[in-house]
Design a protein around this ligand. Structure first.
Ligand code: ADP
Ligand code: MG
Length: 717
């Protein structure tokens, strides 16, 4: 029984995490031990300044990596990459190289490290790569360390890579992410130097809180909808909302605790700095979060973490769900992206300082981020749009699909002050007459939080909460980095123009920021994002509320957006179009699959269950009649049979109509139009079909009902 399964014993490598943290990573310690000074320096330089590694050094690095890996019992290596399917991909090659009929050596060359050509025809390319010339290649990303994955059967050396087509177009998330980071970092350095000439490098940082559900594996397998689509297409949730409000931060069930300990240990070995774990709001829902890292690494780690969590769950007879909304009527899961920027002088650019100069620097970055979000809300919305996430956004549990920014009462005051004060022209040389906005030293106590905001400032970072739990964070981060980078560039231009008019630098900064606050304040919202009033208010303010996927994705191919990506060097128009096509097709395919599964399950499980129960009821009524009982005493059974018939015939009709709608959509060639039809003509049937099936679930006796119910799925002991 799923309810009585016991916990799996977890063997920890040591009592102290510091003994094994990063033990499976070719990090600083391992590199020092296995690389020549020259090779070590080259990797360091590649990591810190993006310098290229030449062939000869790559040869040395590969040899050192192999030596380290073989010492750990590794037999194979793989280029590890993030295609646009949203998962990670790998293709393993052995180190082994035969040299005669009975002899072989362990071999790993520099070129095998640097580049590979996986047969790429089955990865989505949005028409960038015709299948007949299925040539894509992966190229080593030295800024993310290689690591060893041990799945208890074999050990593999994994090399983080980008994935591009033969003609150089990006086919993955990492390539544009790296470009967006480069763009952001260089424009941020320029702005930093206004305040501190010592800053030579800025790194964008990211801490990802990951929410997930756990269900018993056997029960999961008995739900074809979950197995195929990742969510329950049917299922009645007993009480609306969260059945157990005390689940949040409540004590963690033992079986789950063992699982957490197990995957955390594996993650820590891989250098993923997992720090926190707790229960989430919904029953069966949990969260974990690592310490923040440089964005590229944070995203690699998150992708790897999801992979580990899935594998380890099997060991515990559990299934981990990253789907944004696996259960109707119960909170879905998100992936909060905590984002900031830090300098090589150790300053967090989104952390208010304690001198006027530091504060002006903080305000500059703070206001520029707000301006960037204000200018590109629809693009940010597009970056988090997915078939799964649309069930979560705006469901009064996650932020609405309106993009707004929460900054807290103290900073609201600061911005008001900035907006109303006039920067005085400096008299007699000294700039002391400028009125600097005053920023309170300690910002934001924990009560000044707004969980209903999609994009919230939380003291020293922005938290993008609308990101879906299964997403690759690169998608929103590419957008955020790019828009902030462009905005910082625009800021420099505006600043120079203001200084040309005779303002001192400080005066000019204040003047430009003031204008930005005026222009972008309609995106600021401190109230309840779940409320009806906000929907109305946002409409009045002219903010967009895009609730469906095909419309949300359109922002990608907007003229200004194409220009933005192109100018910042992050994605060419051709690449953006290809991505757009992949995303829109993915949406269509997912709805198509859900629709098929829904129809199949209605016909083969729901309706037969209803029929079986009807037979029982009819037999009972018949027996009672034959026994000579009064009609009034078996009438209730006949009535129930009739009631069920009513639901079943309606159900049949809707399933039939849905199939017809699907056929009409499938006949359309244009991908955009087809997606639109799936959205407006197929998907609406889901709700109606589900409603009827859920009605039946409440009438039909348990024994006839084969699909495990919510009450069984949601409570793991
Ligand atoms: P919450 O209160 O939102 O649940 P958590 O403590 O669970 O917060 O997660 C906060 C996340 O923000 C962590 O991953 C943390 O490392 C990250 N974080 C903290 N400072 C920064 C920063 N400067 N840049 C990026 N992320 C940060
Ligand atoms: Mg959070």
């Amino acid at each position: 029984m799923a309810q009585t399964r016991t916990k799996v014993k977890v063997d920890l490598p040591s009592d102290k995490i510091s003994d094994y943290f990063g033990s499976h990573v070719f990090g600083d310690k391992a590199m020092k031990a296995h690389l020549s000074k020259e090779a070590y320096k080259a990797i360091k330089a590649a990591r810190e300044t993006g310098e290229k590694i030449d062939r000869e050094i790559a040869e040395q690095v590969a040899a050192g990596m192999r030596q380290w890996a073989v010492s750990k019992g590794v037999t194979h290596y793989t280029h590890w990459f993030q295609p646009l399917t949203g998962t990670t991909a790998e293709k393993h090659d052995a180190f082994f190289d035969p040299i005669s009929d009975t002899e072989s050596v362990e071999k790993f060359t520099g070129s095998a490290l640097v580049q590979q050509e996986p047969d790429a025809s089955s990865f989505p390319s949005g028409g960038l790569r015709n299948t007949f010339e299925a040539r894509g290649y992966t190229a080593w990303d030295p800024s993310s360390p290689v690591f060893v994955v041990d799945n208890k059967i074999g050990k593999t050396l994994c090399i983080p890579t980008i994935f591009v087509s033969y003609t150089g177009e990006a086919l993955d998330y990492k390539a544009p992410l790296l470009k967006s980071l480069h763009a952001l970092e260089s424009s941020a350095v320029e702005v930093c130097q206004l305040f501190d000439k010592n800053v030579k490098k800025v790194q964008a940082t990211l801490g990802i809180e990951q929410e997930y559900f756990l269900v018993d594996e056997a029960l999961y397998n008995a739900r074809p909808d979950m197995v195929i689509t990742g969510r329950t297409l049917f299922g009645y949730s007993a009480a609306k909302g969260q059945q157990l409000e005390d689940h949040y931060f409540g004590s963690i069930p033992e079986r789950v605790y063992a699982y957490m300990l197990d995957f955390e240990t594996e993650a820590l070995k891989l250098g993923i700095p997992l720090k926190t774990r707790h229960n989430e709001v919904a029953p069966g829902q949990f969260e974990c979060a690592p310490n923040f890292e440089d964005i590229n690494l944070a995203i690699d780690h998150n992708q790897l973490l999801m992979d580990i969590m899935e594998k380890i769950a099997r060991r515990h007879g559990l299934k981990v769900l990253f789907h944004e909304k696996p259960f109707a009527g119960i909170n879905g899961s998100g992936k909060h992206n905590n984002w900031s920027m830090g300098t090589d002088t150790g300053v967090n650019l989104l952390s208010p300082g304690n001198t006027p100069n530091k504060n002006l620097q903080f305000l500059t970055f703070f206001v520029n981020v707000i301006k960037a979000v204000h200018d590109y809300p629809d693009l940010l919305r597009a970056s988090i749009a997915s078939t799964e996430n649309q069930h979560r956004l705006g469901a009064n549990e996650a932020p609405p699909s309106i993009i707004s920014v929460f900054i807290g009462s103290q900073l609201t005051e600061v911005l008001n002050e900035l907006e109303s004060n006039k920067a005085k022209k400096s008299t007699k040389g000294k700039a002391e007459s400028i009125i600097f906005p005053r920023i309170p030293e300690i910002l934001l106590d924990n009560t000044d939080r707004n969980r209903t905001s999609p994009f919230a400032f939380t003291g020293n970072k922005f938290e993008f909460r609308a990101v879906g739990s299964s997403a690759n964070s690169a998608s929103p981060m590419i957008v955020l980095n790019t828009i902030v980078s462009q905005q910082l560039k625009a800021f420099m231009t505006d600043l120079k123009a203001a200084m040309k008019k005779g303002l001192s630098q400080d005066e000019a900064v204040v003047t430009v920021l003031r204008a930005y606050v005026k222009q972008s304040k309609n995106i600021l919202f401190e109230g309840n994002g779940y409320s009806e009033e906000w929907l109305k208010e946002a409409l009045k303010r002219g903010l967009t509320n895009i609730t469906d996927v095909p419309n949300a994705l359109k922002a990608y191919v907007d003229k200004d957006v194409l220009k933005l990506f192109d100018q910042s060097g992050v994605l060419s128009a051709k690449e953006v179009h290809a991505r757009y096509e992949i995303l829109i097709e993915e949406y269509t395919k997912k709805i198509q699959i859900e629709s098929r599964v829904m129809g199949d399950l209605a016909n083969t499980m729901v309706i037969p269950a209803a029929m079986n129960y009807q037979n029982k009821l009819a037999a009972t009524a018949k027996n009672m009649k034959e026994l000579g009982m009064k009609k009034a005493s078996y009438d209730v059974y006949i009535k129930t049979v009739e009631e069920i018939s009513g639901y079943v015939s309606e159900l049949k009709r809707f399933v039939f109509e849905m199939v017809e709608a699907r056929k009409r959509a499938n006949a359309v060639d244009d991908v955009e139009k087809r997606a639109q039809m799936y959205c407006s003509e197929v998907q609406p049937y889901f709700h109606q079909i589900r409603y009827l099936a859920d009605k039946l679930e409440r009438i039909v006796e348990n024994e006839c009902w084969q699909l495990p119910k919510y009450r069984e799925l949601l409570f793991i002991r």
